[in-house]
Design a protein around this ligand. Structure first.
Ligand code: IPD
Length: 265
């Protein structure tokens, strides 16, 4: 790997902020909100493509040997030592003028995500982490919540049409039966970042793509939380389930979701 982890983290932060300037400028404009549908509840705006081109171009200029996987333009180059980019996570919110979306940038090396940067340009929230270097929100160290009681927990359950609706209904039902507070805010990347920051106690979704969650996985692990083995389940190219949570909820959420967490193997 040419260039250190620190260099990649620092560059990803700069690139996310640069892309954020463009995204903030476009947000709310009528023409930026126009979308086409890739499938049921799956939206694409012109700005998604514009931001992805900007982010991947900047990263490739800095690290020409690295591969790129982007939500809109697919994979180029190597698949280990690869940047994984979601130009707008929460596109449905962006297209409706709802200020809850972000840019997500992860770097994968040795088969695991090792750098994660998520930037919400409207709230100016910059979440950043690299393996062994800790996790920060706007430069301040962040930590998952100390939650242990699901009856006081805030849990986001994302969903898409990629899995049977009945499976999501059953999952949400199990969370509610145990007294968990259910959220669905429309950005998986921000949902997982909020777990790292202790704003939410858990994020779960039965199938999600790598660009939506890999940056968040680094954030949560570095903030003292746990996630399932997203990469081990083939998540880089095919997507996989995600469960990211505070340590104190690991046992109950493993039971509810059937997903394995490392602390309870
Ligand atoms: C979607 C969002 C949503 C999640 C979906 C994702 P997009 O990504 O993260 O919250 O539930 O699974 O596909 O389309 O906004 O990049």
């Amino acid at each position: 790997m040419v260039g250190s982890l620190e260099a990649r983290l620092a560059r990803a932060v700069e690139v996310a902020r640069e892309a954020g300037v463009v995204l903030r400028e476009r947000f709310g404009h009528r023409e930026a909100r126009a979308y086409v549908m890739k499938g049921s509840q799956d939206f694409l705006t012109e700005v998604d493509g514009e931001i992805e081109t900007l982010v991947s171009g900047l990263l490739q200029t800095s690290f020409p040997d690295d591969g790129i996987i982007g939500e809109e333009h697919g994979a180029t180059g190597r698949l280990d030592g690869v940047w994984v980019i979601d130009p707008i996570d929460g596109t449905s919110n962006f297209a409706r003028g709802i200020a809850h979306f972000c840019i997500s940038i992860a770097y994968v090396a040795g088969g695991e995500p090792v750098v994660g940067v998520i930037y919400d340009p409207i709230k100016d929230d910059l979440f950043a982490a690299a393996t062994g270097l800790g996790a920060t929100l706007n430069g301040e160290r962040m930590q998952v919540s100390a939650a242990t009681d699901i009856r006081a927990a805030s849990i986001e359950c994302g969903w898409s049409m990629r899995r049977p609706v009945a499976d999501y209904i059953a999952l949400c039902g199990r969370v509610m039966e145990r007294g968990g507070g259910l959220y669905r805010c429309g950005s998986g990347a921000l949902g997982v970042a909020y777990v790292a920051a202790g704003r939410l106690d858990a994020y779960v979704e039965l199938h999600i793509n790598a660009w939506d969650v890999l940056a968040g996985v680094v954030l949560v692990r570095e903030a003292g939380g746990v996630t399932n083995d997203f990469m081990g389940e083939g998540g880089l190219l095919g997507g996989a389930p995600i469960l990211a949570c505070a340590l104190g909820l690991a046992a109950v959420l493993q039971d509810i979701t059937g997903l394995r967490l490392p602390v309870h193997d």
